[in-house]
Design a protein around this ligand. Structure first.
Ligand code: SF4
Length: 508
């Protein structure tokens, strides 16, 4: 079923997806507050991070309830469903799939039965050792009996119900440890995970948050008058009126309950924050490791103007995500900034499959050129990144038809040449336009008069982060950790082993 696409500027052509993020997570511990509604608004602020499914779990101290479905946060929840989610702790999730397909079974939070209660877990990021974890699940696949002498196996629960995600493996492994407390089981399991993870999870009485040792994805802690909040981005703290306390540190497990907030380090931190969060993924009003994303993007635009100047009459963005960099380019170059395109903000939210006639309109379905602004002008069009190039090609064609005299494309990130294994779903390497073509050839392919990408160093400097504390792998090919062989990576890795209709099947 077609679903709304939120506000992502890369989704400008029907069926032409840009980089997709790997989820937003939100958790709250706040007795006396309506935690389900706080989580709803927190997820609403994080909707850009995942638009395939949404879910909230709450605990009233005795029981955990989960409500999840496919679609946007505003489509999944209404007053009625939120009113059934009662308690003083909640975790929430909005999903884009990176391991496991976009199905109801794979929606989060995931649930697992621990001997001392229930685990509800939400995950942002993507693990790179899922194959190893699956083997660990299989190795522990023996039967167990719980306190009520009920027999269950580690492959029961989410895995048996057809969940094919790395998150379900983690939930199963946490729930399986029948001797330790959940906290102790977590401290034992987390050092075994490789890749990107921000977990927000809970049992009936405690909220937990953990971040991978590289801190690839952002995760922050906020304070409410009567409680605590954990969220993927600071913008989600703002929307619920929580004040920013600090980041969850790379390699840290945070525990929140009636005794307050406690912290433990499960691994040595080795910070490698994702640079693409600054370029495109995070909201502009979010702050990551001390840098406001909007300011970083404006600075990228200024740098771009210094690195790739050109005479022109107007600097215009590809709405919305090219806007801050276009402002920076205009500031630095002295060329006026203007909006040459009007975005139809709501068309992506329709459930109606476009007819063939409408589909052929392509980019025009979402963008309409302001002809009187564009006609006869030499334009600088600023965008944050190029994936396949189809969007920019359609844009250039549309601007020429609207009468532009020249079109100079400027991009506020270097060419994307490598896949991401840490939660961002770009096109395949073969589909990435910069894999096979040089800058001149890409300019020709787009139909642009010129094309300029910001340099790697210019992008990094704009984030105000030390280069050795950033992941830039999709641009540089230098990955922040050793990766398993190709056959042990990939979105569909767990689909075969844990199919929805069968029990776990061992690999041959
Ligand atoms: S590969 Fe790119 S998108 Fe993925 S974590 Fe690294 S910088 Fe971010």
């Amino acid at each position: 079923m077609p679903r709304g696409d939120g506000q992502l500027s890369h989704d400008l052509i029907p069926g032409e997806k840009g980089p997709q993020d790997a989820c937003g997570v939100f958790g709250v511990w706040a007795p006396g507050e309506d935690v389900a509604k706080l989580t709803y608004y927190g997820l609403y602020a994080l909707q850009h991070r995942g638009q395939e499914s949404a879910g909230i779990a709450t605990s009233n101290g005795k029981q955990i309830l989960v409500y999840k479905d496919m679609g946007l946060v505003s489509q999944v929840f209404d007053e009625r469903s939120l009113s059934t989610l009662r308690g003083h702790i909640a975790v929430g999730h909005c999903r884009y799939s990176t391991t496991g397909g976009a199905t109801w079974e794979n929606a989060q939070p995931t649930l697992g039965g621990h001997h001392s209660g229930t685990v509800a877990l939400a995950h942002n990021g993507n693990l790179v050792n899922s194959a190893e974890l699956r083997e660990l699940v299989e190795a522990r696949g023996d039967e167990l009996s719980d306190a009520d002498s009920k027999i269950h196996r580690i492959t029961d629960g989410e895995l048996r119900r057809g969940n094919t995600t790395d998150t379900a493996l983690v939930t199963a492994l946490l729930a399986h440890d029948q001797e330790s407390t959940l906290e102790a089981a977590t401290m034992e399991l987390l050092p075994k995970l490789r890749g990107a993870f921000c977990f927000v999870f809970m049992d009936e009485n405690t909220l937990y948050a953990a971040r991978d040792p590289q801190g690839l994805r952002p995760l922050v802690i906020g304070r409410l008058e009567r409680g605590w909040v954990v969220a993927s981005e600071t913008a989600a703290l703002d929307i619920v009126g929580a004040s920013f306390v600090r980041e969850v540190e790379p390699g840290e497990l945070v525990t929140i309950d009636e005794d307050g907030l406690r912290t433990q380090q499960f691994a040595e931190p080795a910070r490698k924050g994702c640079v693409f969060e600054y370029v495109y993924l995070a909201r502009p009003d979010t702050t990551i490791n001390g840098t406001t994303v909007h300011e970083a993007r404006v600075e990228m635009g200024r740098t771009l103007a210094r690195e790739h100047p050109v005479e022109a009459d107007l600097v215009m963005p590809t709405p919305e995500s090219g806007t801050p960099a276009a402002i920076g380019y205009a500031q630095e170059s002295g060329i006026p900034f203007g909006q040459g395109l009007v975005k139809n903000a709501y068309v992506g939210r329709t459930f109606i499959q476009p007819s063939q006639t409408i589909r052929q309109l392509g980019i025009r379905l979402k963008l309409n050129p302001l002809k009187h602004v564009i006609k006869g002008k030499r334009l600088i069009v600023v965008d944050d990144s190029i994936v396949r190039g189809n969007t920019q090609r359609a844009l250039v064609r549309m601007l020429r038809e609207a009468g532009a005299a020249e079109i100079h494309v400027r991009i506020s990130s270097p060419p994307i040449k490598w896949p991401c294994f840490f939660g961002i779903d770009f096109a395949t390497r073969a589909e990435l336009i910069a894999t096979g073509l040089g800058v001149e050839e890409i300019a020709t392919s787009l139909g642009a008069d010129s094309l300029g990408y910001i340099s790697h160093d210019g992008m990094v400097a704009a984030t105000e982060q030390p280069v050795d504390q950033l992941c830039t792998a999709c641009f540089s090919g230098i990955y922040p950790m050793e990766l398993p062989s190709e056959d042990r990576l990939g979105k569909g890795l767990l689909e075969l082993e844990f199919s929805p209709t069968q029990e776990a099947v061992r690999r041959p």
